[in-house]
Write a protein that binds this ligand. Structure first.
Ligand code: 5RP
Length: 218
């Protein structure tokens, strides 16, 4: 089974956990795109749908799903999103698609966070995937120097501007055995908007698509 089939399986398993009539947050990325495609085929009569990116909003609207903003929606029942890496503790690295800030906001605003991945993303320790950090543009060099002091090698994601008008530094070679502590520490650097570690607000359910079907971890 190829990676896309595994992502699709995980996305479809998430659909089966969505109760009719709930308010739903939708993440960003290729795995979530499978979820959005599946969502459009189900008459779930969702109260509200909120999206974590301009890209997902456009895809949802093209499929006829009305998208609300978080301010009018209030707290959400369920948030569904992918990840770049995940551990058995349901700690994540996110932000490969650059939508990490709005993703962290929606995850924080949701009662339940369902994360959908293929099995290549399940790790013992986070950090093989370069850690995305969203930064205020004028602080970029300063933040990069602090990230080097923290032991990483930040690379500017050239030419990429987030939906919030900010830049991304992808931090290579940062082993993250203690995600909560690293998330807290990097969050303290002035100019950092969002660190792509989701440990404080980790997933509640991890659906992992693999050769033998979808494994659910809680
Ligand atoms: C976007 C994200 C995505 O969830 C993450 O990059 C995974 O993407 P994909 O499903 O395409 O592998 O965090 O900011």
């Amino acid at each position: 089974m190829n990676q896309d089939d595994k992502k699709r399986q995980a996305a479809e398993a998430a659909i089966s956990q969505i109760e009719p009539g709930i308010s739903l947050g939708v993440g960003t990325g290729s795995t979530v795109n499978f979820f959005i495609d599946a969502l459009a085929g189900h008459a779930l009569n969702l109260t509200t749908v909120v999206s974590s990116s301009e890209a997902s909003t456009e895809k949802l609207q093209n499929l006829g799903v009305e998208v609300s903003d978080l301010a009018s929606a209030g707290d959400l029942d369920v948030y569904v999103d992918g990840a770049d890496e995940a551990t058995k503790h349901l700690h994540l690295i996110k932000g490969g698609g650059g939508a990490l800030t709005r993703e962290k906001i929606l995850a924080g605003a949701s009662r339940k966070f369902i994360c959908i991945i293929d099995d290549s993303k399940l790790m013992g320790i986070l950090g093989r995937f370069p850690l995305p950090v969203e930064v205020i543009p004028m602080a970029q060099s300063f933040v990069a120097r602090q990230l080097i002091k923290a032991g990483g090698q930040p690379i500017w994601r050239t030419g990429f501007v987030t939906d919030n008008g900010n830049h991304i530094l992808d931090v290579h070679n940062l082993s993250i055995p203690n995600p909560l502590e690293v998330e807290n520490r990097l969050n303290q650097i002035p100019g950092v908007v969002t660190v792509g570690i989701f440990a404080q607000r980790h997933a509640d359910v991890l659906l992992v698509g693999g050769d033998n079907g979808v494994r659910e971890m809680r």
